[in-house]
Design a protein around this ligand. Structure first.
Ligand code: GZL
Length: 336
């Protein structure tokens, strides 16, 4: 009798082990996941290398924060590099990510050219590259999975169309000085292109001076001082490729003895908080939005890629335009 009881216990325990083992499934990779539809593994923890341009403007600071927090909040591991606006630092950072065998690279190229070789190295290493913010200008679009960012040509067109409407009925030539962004960068090239497309239809609008302020307040002020010294009384409008340069230029205009926003119409791009503060003070007239807060959208795209989805080669961020008379009301709502 006792022996029969022992045999029954052994058989029962063996059956229990078999049933429990069947309840938890393992997929081909040996990852164990229990429950869930179809047993598809969610995107596991990824190691993501992020090569950022620098910290040159309010826009860049907000963009870095948005991407960093989106990656870490989603449970992925972030390796971050600030290139201080130097191309060689970005190339070094991407090579370092390749050597560390990261799962994915996020990259905002400081300029449009000169990255083909290093992106080929990433491709050869089987590491997908996600371009954000700024694009590159070379043929082989197999070197990146997708580009997520703004349409800078459209931003230049928006700035110019606002100016034409604002100057309706003004007689004579309208003299414009232009503070360009970083030489060779996609936003500088495209914002100039878009603005000039519209200006070409209005010959009385004349760009009398154009020079790079490298997207910084300090350089924007310095170049505007030179513009004022050579053409001060003839300047009607400043078109700055970002708000930081416009804010630097506003200081130069005031030090020169003129009223920014009145004697000289001031146009910026980005729609950062500093621009809303300048518009609320009556020192700036308009800013074209360039939204930096696309970190969560980026992480969704990366995870979709690793889940096997095919992404469009270019995904644009939606943006608006904001004027002086809206600034006071909107300032408290601005997130960057
Ligand atoms: C635009 C971004 C530009 C911003 C500047 O997407 O690349 O770089 O307009 C920043 O403020 O320096």
């Amino acid at each position: 009798m006792v022996i029969q009881l022992k045999r029954f216990r052994v058989v029962f325990l063996m059956l229990l082990i078999i049933v429990l083992a069947a309840c938890s499934s393992t997929n081909t990779e040996g990852n164990t996941n229990s429950g869930g539809e179809g047993g598809e593994a969610s995107s596991d923890k990824l190691v993501i290398g992020f090569s950022q341009v620098g910290a040159e403007s309010e826009w860049r600071t907000a963009n870095t924060k948005s991407i960093k927090s989106a990656i870490t909040d989603a449970g992925h591991e972030l390796k971050f590099s600030d290139a201080q606006q130097k191309q060689e630092n970005q190339i070094k950072a991407i090579r370092s990510f390749i050597a560390q065998k990261v799962d994915a690279i996020v990259f905002s190229p400081v300029v449009e050219t000169g990255f083909e070789t290093v992106l080929k190295e990433a491709k050869d290493a089987g590491i997908p590259v996600f371009l954000v913010d700024r694009a590159v200008d070379f043929e082989d679009d197999t070197l990146w999975v997708t580009f997520l960012g703004s349409d800078f040509v459209e931003e230049g067109i928006k700035a110019a169309n606002w100016l034409v409407e604002e100057m309706e009925g003004v007689d004579g030539d309208i003299n414009i000085v232009e503070l360009q962004g970083t030489v060779g960068s996609a936003p500088a090239i495209d914002r100039k292109e878009g603005f000039e497309q519209v200006m070409a239809e209005h010959p009385n609008f004349r760009i009398i001076k154009s020079q790079s302020g490298d997207f910084t307040r300090a350089k924007g002020k310095e170049v505007m001082e030179a513009f004022l010294k050579s053409d001060g009384e003839n300047i009607d409008v400043l078109y700055a490729h970002n708000d930081d340069m416009a804010i630097g230029a506003i200081q130069a205009i005031e030090e020169y003895g003129l009223k920014p926003g009145e004697d000289i119409t001031v146009i910026g791009v980005d729609a950062v908080k500093g621009a809303f503060e300048a518009m609320a003070a009556g020192k700036m007239n308009v800013t074209v939005e360039c939204n930096p807060l696309f970190g969560p959208q980026l992480v969704e795209l990366i995870e979709a890629h690793f889940a096997g989805e095919t992404l469009d080669k270019r995904i644009s961020v939606e943006e608006g335009i904001y004027t002086m008379d809206q600034a006071k009301e909107l300032l408290p709502t601005r997130k960057y």
